[in-house]
Design a protein around this ligand. Structure first.
Ligand code: DGL
Length: 275
């Protein structure tokens, strides 16, 4: 039976995925999108594998019930800890024709193109860094690249609590930059491996050597999705094209709308999703 096309689902633990959705919409404005932020249970970056997996699966299933056939995990932590299990163990039982894509793979496919020194740094949550997903994936595409990682556990709370422009934020930005850069003087390319971090980009740039290339994932994810939909017409046909955008949060909608507007750079009006 032909299934009705539905919106593309974009998921994050909180607000960070909006930095990705914003770029995806610039590239692919014609599609319908549903954004789901699990703000009620964020941050994910400090939680165990099992917790991140269960939370992510639950949210993905909600997006499927809302009519999505394709869901993007616009969250590195969920991509690192839940994506593979959902793709391999859960999707065949839920609906083998649905797709869930992550954000780490598209980043690791291109990162080596930017580095001359072949020394790449990753800033991420503790969950992403401990999963070793970046070194493992980068090794597959660029075996000559050495990867250095730094967990930044204070950066997501600074962003989620709207403290990212405060003077206090500088302390933790300098701290994690120092801890990454002492690992190798040759790092010339750094991935902001958490979708919350683009809000800190001005401050991060301020404390990094000027010749270091900083990669944010919004444009990487949008180019990758465009390419994916070109290569997979059978999935593209299931993505509806009304140009609508809906936003759901598992926490308070008023707070979400205020904060989300900053990430999305447009007014946002969300609905509550009870889990
Ligand atoms: N935005 C998420 C990421 O890309 C993590 C935020 C969190 O810790 O919940 O990893």
């Amino acid at each position: 039976m032909q299934k009705k096309p539905g919106p593309i689902g974009v998921f994050d633990s909180g607000y960070g995925g909006l930095t990705v959705l914003k770029e995806i919409i610039k590239t692919l404005p014609e599609y319908d999108y549903i954004y789901l932020g699990d703000n009620g249970r964020a941050p994910y970056g400090i939680r165990s594998y099992e917790t991140v997996y269960h939370y992510t699966l639950e949210c993905v299933q909600h997006l499927f019930r809302m009519g999505c056939h394709l869901v993007i995990l616009a969250c590195n932590t969920a991509s690192a800890k839940a994506l593979r299990t959902i793709q391999q163990n859960d999707l065949p039982g839920i609906d083998p024709e649905k797709r869930v894509l992550g954000i780490i793979r598209p980043t690791t496919e291109i990162v080596g193109d930017y580095s001359r020194s072949r020394n790449v740094g990753i800033f991420g949550t503790a969950g992403t860094v401990n999963s070793q997903s970046y070194p493992i994936e980068i090794e597959k595409f660029f075996p000559d690249v050495t990867v250095y990682q730094q967990a930044c556990p204070m950066w997501v709370p600074l962003v989620e609590n709207d403290e990212y422009e405060s003077e206090g934020a500088d302390f933790f930005i300098k701290k994690y930059i120092r801890q990454l850069m002492v690992q190798s003087e040759s790092i010339d390319t750094i991935v902001l491996g958490c979708t919350h971090y683009p809000l800190l980009v001005d401050k991060i740039r301020k404390y990094l050597p000027g010749d270091v290339t900083l990669l944010s994932q919004g444009t990487i994810a949008s180019a990758s999705l465009e390419n994916y939909l070109e290569r997979h017409p059978e999935i593209r046909e299931k993505c509806s094209t009304g140009g609508t955008r809906e936003f759901y949060t598992t926490d308070d909608t008023g707070t979400f709308d205020r904060q989300a507007g900053i990430f999305f750079e447009q007014p946002v009006s969300s609905r509550h999703l009870a889990l």
